[in-house]
Design a protein around this ligand. Structure first.
Ligand code: ZN
Length: 298
């Protein structure tokens, strides 16, 4: 349909327009294929498998301060209230990884969001954290991970998983995802799309949508243009064009929201900074979904 309409109205544009159209069409086909092939249940199973790999093989430790974890979950909860409308079947789970030296956050299939204490230490305010959480939620809502699975492991392996023909595939995929860090390596197009989710969700939750680009600016100032560090920047390159994209997207779509939540955030950041080294715990604290999303930390 799309190719036909371009072809009938834009012949003079020649192959370039057709090529661009083909790319867009291919992307939507991939997404549709991924959503058909990888069910919500399969994504949830894979997310659980990755979590288990992280905890047992990668020896990931979670933040041992319940107040910090609950605070992050509360901020994420405001954003996820919007994401839930877009993907109601996802059971979101937010965990804080105890690693002050790593500025990172990532999402896996099934709605598992992870944020490192190093990111909390670098951020300026709650709105930046909300933007990052919205970005990661966007990867899940848009099924980017499922698309990557299809891209990287092939439709056959993922289809086998979906059909239940080869239960071992699930374990293999989870292992490979962790080993390759595959859940981190999103394409530039996926990053731009996730940025739009981040700006939109955080704005709808009352936050300043420009905070996400503000966080990128901060990252750039910290590590420059090198992508050699293991930071959110290396997996989510914070180019100037990306910062511009977020700001123009917010303007074009009339996104508003003023809340920065700097005071609330600074208090929590101080707690993170005061945590003793190696104070992380092996098991993620159980989520407390009943906690009010907007209650101030105490
Ligand atoms: Zn991303």
């Amino acid at each position: 349909m799309r190719i036909q309409s371009i072809g009938s109205s834009g012949l003079a544009l020649g192959g370039l327009a057709l090529l661009a159209s083909s790319c867009a069409t291919l992307s939507s086909i991939e997404r549709t294929a991924a959503s058909v092939v990888v069910s919500d249940d399969q994504e949830a199973q894979l997310g659980l498998q990755v979590k288990s790999e992280l905890e047992t093989k990668q020896n990931v430790k979670y933040c041992g301060d319940p107040q910090v974890t609950e605070y992050v979950r509360g901020v994420a909860g405001k954003v996820l209230a919007l994401a839930e409308k877009d993907r109601p079947a996802v059971k979101w789970q937010v965990n804080v990884i105890d690693d002050p030296g790593t500025v990172n956050a990532f999402a896996t299939p099934g709605g598992y969001l992870y944020v490192y204490t190093g990111l909390l230490l670098l951020a300026d305010n709650e709105a930046q954290l909300a933007g990052v959480m919205g970005h990661e939620a966007g990867h899940v809502v848009a099924r980017h991970s499922a698309q990557q699975m299809v891209d990287q492991f092939g439709l056959d392996a993922v289809a086998q998983l979906a059909l239940g023909k080869n239960p071992g595939v699930l374990g293999q995929l989870g292992k490979t995802v962790v080993q390759k860090g595959a859940m981190l390596a999103h394409s530039r197009a996926h990053e731009d799309e996730a940025d739009e989710y981040g700006a939109r969700y955080s704005s709808a939750a009352g936050y300043d949508p420009h905070a996400l680009s503000g966080f990128f600016t901060k990252l750039k100032a910290k590590v420059g243009d090198t992508n050699t560090l293991t930071t959110w920047l290396s997996d989510h390159p914070a180019t100037s064009s990306r910062i511009t994209h977020i700001n123009s997207y917010a303007q074009q779509n009339g996104l508003n929201g003023k809340d920065l939540g700097a005071d609330r955030f600074v208090a929590i950041r101080a707690r993170v900074a005061a945590l003793p080294p190696s104070s992380g715990v092996s098991n993620a604290p159980a989520p407390r979904p009943a906690a009010p999303a907007n209650s101030p930390p105490n």
